[in-house]
Design a protein around this ligand. Structure first.
Ligand code: GDP
Length: 437
């Protein structure tokens, strides 16, 4: 998952508080030391880590544990709030007609992010169009054109013409009727004067509503310097952190945002056009601390389903038949890779841990399960409890499978059923916890 290592270390640190009857200095110091190490390893700015450690220690020991909250929840709440201070609120790019200018160094993921962003607006019902003003990197034009074509997004570019400013001017006139106009600009290998100069000229001619800086999550501490330079030149309205799926160092880019007057708008979590997530600090931190991210999951479900296919509310109801699960598996297929879906579930909070390999198997398993369910009767699908061992055998033969897999499916269904219940009123319910606060 995104920032897996950091997430695991933070969760391990907080485990030290399980069963703690009260908060004493030694325990807090111990936990804070682990949190410190985890954040530094993921390259969060040292000064920020020190500040956070100090605040957590002071607050955990000095503030009263709110009524109805156990000591562990009390500390988690403080850690949550202090982490929120580091990443900032998150920049909201509204769903309305606008011009967006993309900036960043070469290789940061700017072109990929441009297409992801177009796809994002498209999914939200707006009409995006893209201008390629990256006249510097060979191949940028073809790359963006191909991506846009595959998404059915109108594209403007002039292959071979080095005049980026002219291209933007003509492009804007050409795509005038579209809602969201996204301009992909050229990067350089490093921050060079001619890059800044070109940025400023494109900025002047296009007057973008938003200027999004794309930072590669893997660059660690260098991120601050980049963010500052771009911010000093044209001002940054939001940051996109790309490639968060492939690095343990994302903390550098995360904390670099403090060098700008902005905050994180999106995160890139893979190479396909779907792999862009709107950044919302509360969700992100909840996920990092293993509390799941149900809101993202619900939104994804709603985006990819028409109403009659699956009532998202009913997913959360305790009564969850095999038929519901079948529909859900189909829906999940549409929502995206299993791995992404699973990591949004509060499995950590339910005491379940899923290894990376398990996700891969899970995708295949889902297909097997669907075949098995195809050989079940309507009655069995509604009330799986009636499935006895002779039916298990028959179902497995019908699907060209084996009885163990049928049993596994039934067990999986039971787990899912419990998980659904857990989301509503489980032991570790974020909503409930927030309410208590
Ligand atoms: P540009 O030079 O800034 O336009 O960079 P590109 O958009 O061409 O991206 C550089 C490389 O990073 C490409 O191979 C992309 O597929 C890859 N990339 C971009 N965003 C992501 C991401 O969020 N996750 C992963 N894993 N790869 C990404």
């Amino acid at each position: 998952m995104v920032m897996d290592k950091l997430s695991n270390s933070l969760q391990d640190a907080l485990k030290k508080l399980v069963g703690a009857g009260r908060i004493d200095e030694r325990t807090v110091n111990d936990v804070v030391k682990d949190i410190q190490r985890a954040l530094l390893q993921s390259d969060v700015n040292v000064k920020m880590v020190m500040q956070l450690s100090k605040s957590i220690k002071e607050r955990a020991l000095e503030e009263d544990v709110p009524q109805g909250m156990n000591p562990r929840e009390h500390v988690i709440r403080i850690v949550y709030e202090e982490l929120m201070k580091i990443v900032g609120e998150g920049t909201d790019i509204p769903l309305k007609p606008q011009k967006i200018m993309m900036i960043g160094l070469q290789g940061s993921g700017k072109t990929t992010t441009t297409s992801k962003l177009a796809h994002y607006f498209q999914r939200k019902g707006l009409k995006p169009a893209v201008i390629c003003a990256d006249t510097f990197r060979p191949g940028a034009y073809q790359q963006l054109k191909t991506l846009c074509e595959s998404l059915n997004v109108p594209f403007y570019g002039e292959e071979g013409n080095p005049d980026a400013v002219g291209i933007v001017e003509r492009g804007l006139a050409e795509i005038d009727k579209y809602d969201v106009k996204i301009i992909d600009t050229a990067g350089r290998h490093s921050l060079e004067n001619d890059l800044i100069d070109e940025m400023e000229r494109i900025h002047a001619i296009s007057s973008p509503d938003y200027k999004l800086l794309v930072l590669d999550a893997g660059i660690g501490q260098q991120a601050s310097e980049q963010a500052k330079a771009f911010n000093d030149s044209i001002g940054i309205s939001g940051v996109v952190i790309s490639k968060l799926d492939g690095t343990a160092k994302g903390g550098g880019a995360m904390s670099a945002v403090a060098a700008t007057d902005s905050s994180i708008a999106f995160i890139g979590v893979g190479e396909t056009p779907q792999d862009l997530e709107k950044f919302e600090a509360d969700r992100f931190i909840s996920r990092l601390l293993g509390m799941g991210d149900l809101r993202s999951l619900m939104e994804k479900a709603e985006e990819s389903l028409s109403e009659d296919e699956l009532d998202v509310e009913s997913m959360m109801k305790g009564k969850f038949t095999l038929k519901d699960m079948y529909k859900q598996l189909e829906a999940m297929n549409k929502m995206g890779p299993m791995k992404q879906i699973m990591q949004m579930l509060p499995l950590g909070g339910m005491g379940m841990k899923v290894s990376d390999d398990a996700y891969e198997v899970t995708g295949q398993k889902m297909a097997q399960y669907k075949t098995l369910m195809d050989s079940m009767t309507e009655e069995e699908m509604i009330n799986p409890r009636i499935i006895g061992s002779s039916r298990i055998k028959r179902i497995s033969i019908g699907a060209g499978s084996n009885p163990e897999t049928v049993r596994e499916l039934l067990k999986y269904h039971k787990q899912m059923q419990n998980a659904m219940k857990g989301m509503r009123g489980g032991k570790f319910n974020m909503k409930k916890m927030m309410k208590k606060m």
